[in-house]
Structure formats: structure tokens, C-alpha cells
Ligand binder design. Structure first.
Ligand code: FA5
Length: 332
């Protein structure tokens, strides 16, 4: 047999062997290819080795060298085919497009009451009101005495307040902040203050034992009830819509004179719900903080923040705000 024919056969054996190992996709196919090419008794490599005897002696060395590289190449192809089938997912480059994707992380957002508070502050800011703050744990002086609520007044009753100790309680109204602002600042004053207040009220769809109020206070020369009414109307239209209906009813608060209660026509349009209390700051209150009631007058109001938010969004039950039901919260 001449050398070039023998080498040619070796090369086509190599090509078909490598192809067989490369395209085997199951262990049985790899094993069949091994037997066909590398089998010790009847494999094609074995046959090619025996062909050496048919080659004339002077060409045997060259044939032998070529034979060795083909044998090594086929053995390596067998090893890598086995390795490939042991790690099937790696064989397709580690990517499985049928697997479910990583879910996008859920982003939280601000509680509806926080959003409401921000919006109210923004609205009153456009009407020229700055923002004030005060403590939730108050003393009886700021919660009652300075607001013209005498010791004998039923509003001080332990059954109607959360007292912590003799001198302290959880504030029952944000009107405490009126006093704190006027104590430290000379008129004119134009502020709103938003915060939690606490009362042991019976819980129902429009009452909670902890809720928020927004307090407003404006003191200057020549402030009248007309300023109060137009401010609250402008606010209600701005927050609840141009066509909102509100009404003022005569009322009584120890710290305002005259006093009113402000109602809003509830969503559904069939009943009025109280939005807040308001009035002209009582001269006694002005005097107690060192203001001169002959020089300046003022109005004040305190509105229920939950109820404003409920009216705006058509929410029926105040308890929704604290249930932490994501199905409710995620709507805002
Ligand atoms: C007051 O708290 C007065 N400080 C308001 C005020 C301020 C009058 C300044 C004059 C001048 P009243 O107790 O009515 O008033 O409460 C005001 C509003 O808070 C109510 O109209 C209502 O909207 C809301 N509110 C009262 N109690 C509750 C409650 N238990 N749950 C939810 N909201 C309430």
C-alpha cells in the first residue's frame, strides 16, 4: 500500500471520528462512537494500526507519526464528549431561555396619609401658610389651659383623654401648636401644622382613637371671619374639586369666638360629614400669649386629615388606613 493512500485514509478516519464524537448528544451515541473508532478489537484505529504492516518499511515511520496524532485526537474527542454530556446545561453555554425570569423588585411608596399631608401642606403653602410642628406628648397647659379650657371643663375628663402622668398626655388636638407658635413669635402669623392626635373615641367608619389633624392659624391686623370662610372654601375647592359643597354651622370652642363647624357633602352626595372646627381666636387666648387683641385678630381651624383623604378618594372606612392591606395601599 502506498503512503499517500494510507495517509489519506487516516485523515478521513480522523475527520469522521471527530464528527461522530462532536455530534453525539446522548451517552449511548458516545459509547457507539468509541467502539467504532477506538474499540480495542475491531475499532477503526486498530485497523489503521494494522495497516502499518502493509506499508513499505522506509515509509512506516512517517505513517506511524501521523497515526499517533490521529489516535490522540480521537481519544481527546471522546473525553470531551463524555465531559460535555455530564454537564448538559453547560453544553448550551449556561443559558436556559425557558426558565422563569427574576421578578422585578416591588417598589414601595408613601402611605396615602403621608401623600395627603404633603398635598395639604403644598396647597396651604400656595395660600401663603408656612409649616409649624409640636410634640405629640403634651402638657395640660398647652392642650387645655392656654386654650381657655378651664380645669372644670369636660374636655379634660380622663375618660376623654390619654393621660400619661399628672402633667402630660397624648395631645387630643393640634390646637396646642397654635399656642406654641404664638409663644415664640410676634404677629403676623400664618401657619399650618399637621400631626397625630389621640382620643379614646369609639371606633367606627369615620372615627379612630388615633388620627391626624391639620391646624391653621392666621393672626394679623384686621383679620375677619370673611378671611376664614374664604380661606377654607379656597382650600376645599383646591383639594376636593371646584364643585365640592361645604357648609358652616355655628358651634362652640373655648378658644374661638365666634366658632363654626365645617361640613362637607360626603361622596355619594347623601349626607354631610364634619370636616373640622374653626373660628376667630378668642381674645383671652391672644392675651395669654402676650398678643394685644385690640391690635390684632386671628382665625384658626382644625380639620380631620383622614376624612379629607376619604372624601377625596371615595374611601368608606377610616380603619383602612391602619390595616396595612397592600391591596388597599397600592391604589394610591
Ligand atoms: C377640634 O379638635 C378643634 N381643635 C378644632 C378647632 C381648631 C376649632 C381651631 C377651632 C379652632 P373637633 O374635636 O371637632 O375640633 O375635631 C376636628 C376634626 O377632627 C373633626 O371635624 C373631624 O374631622 C376630626 N376628628 C375628630 N375626632 C375624630 C376621630 N375620632 N377620628 C377621626 N377624625 C376625627
Amino acid at each position: 500500500m502506498d503512503l499517500s493512500t494510507a495517509i489519506h485514509e487516516l485523515e478521513s478516519l480522523e475527520a469522521s471520528g471527530l464528527e461522530s464524537f462532536r455530534t453525539s448528544s446522548r451517552p449511548e451515541e458516545v459509547e457507539a462512537a468509541r467502539i467504532e473508532y477506538l474499540g480495542l478489537k475491531q475499532g477503526k484505529i486498530k485497523a489503521a494500526q494494522e495497516r502499518l504492516k502493509l506499508i513499505e518499511p522506509s515509509a512506516r515511520k512517517q505513517y506511524g507519526q501521523r497515526f499517533n496524532t490521529v489516535k490522540k485526537a480521537l481519544e481527546a474527542a471522546w473525553e470531551s464528549a463524555k465531559a460535555r454530556l455530564e454537564r448538559p446545561e453547560a453544553a448550551i453555554s449556561g443559558l436556559d431561555v425557558t426558565r422563569p425570569g427574576t421578578p422585578r423588585p416591588r417598589l414601595g411608596h408613601r402611605h396615602p396619609l403621608t401623600q395627603t399631608a404633603d398635598e395639604l401642606i403644598d396647597l396651604f403653602g400656595r395660600l401663603g401658610f408656612g409649616v409649624a410642628r409640636g410634640p405629640e406628648v403634651e402638657d395640660v397647659f398647652h392642650n387645655f389651659e392656654a386654650l381657655n379650657i378651664p380645669l372644670s371643663h369636660p374636655a379634660r375628663d380622663p375618660a376623654d383623654n390619654f393621660y400619661l402622668s399628672d402633667g402630660a398626655l397624648l395631645r387630643s388636638q393640634t390646637s396646642t401648636i397654635q399656642i406654641r407658635v404664638m409663644e415664640r413669635q410676634a404677629p403676623p402669623v400664618r401657619i399650618v401644622a399637621i400631626g397625630r392626635v389621640y382620643r379614646p373615641d369609639e371606633v367606627d367608619p369615620t372615627h379612630s382613637f388615633m388620627f391626624h389633624q391639620i391646624e391653621g392659624l392666621m393672626v394679623d391686623r384686621g383679620i375677619t371671619m370673611a378671611h376664614l370662610k374664604s380661606t377654607l372654601r379656597l382650600f376645599a375647592q383646591g383639594y376636593l374639586g371646584e364643585d365640592v359643597q361645604i357648609r358652616f354651622r355655628p358651634s362652640f370652642f373655648p378658644f374661638t369666638e365666634p366658632s363654626v363647624e365645617v361640613d362637607m357633602l360626603w361622596h355619594g352626595g347623601d349626607r354631610w360629614v364634619e370636616m373640622g372646627g374653626a373660628g376667630m381666636v378668642d381674645p383671652n387666648v391672644l392675651r395669654a400669649v402676650g398678643y394685644d387683641p385690640d391690635e390684632v385678630t386671628g382665625f384658626a381651624f382644625g380639620l380631620g386629615v383622614e376624612r379629607l383623604c376619604m372624601r377625596r378618594h371615595g374611601i368608606d372606612d377610616i380603619r383602612q388606613f391602619t390595616l396595612n392591606d397592600v391591596r388597599f395601599l397600592s391604589q394610591f
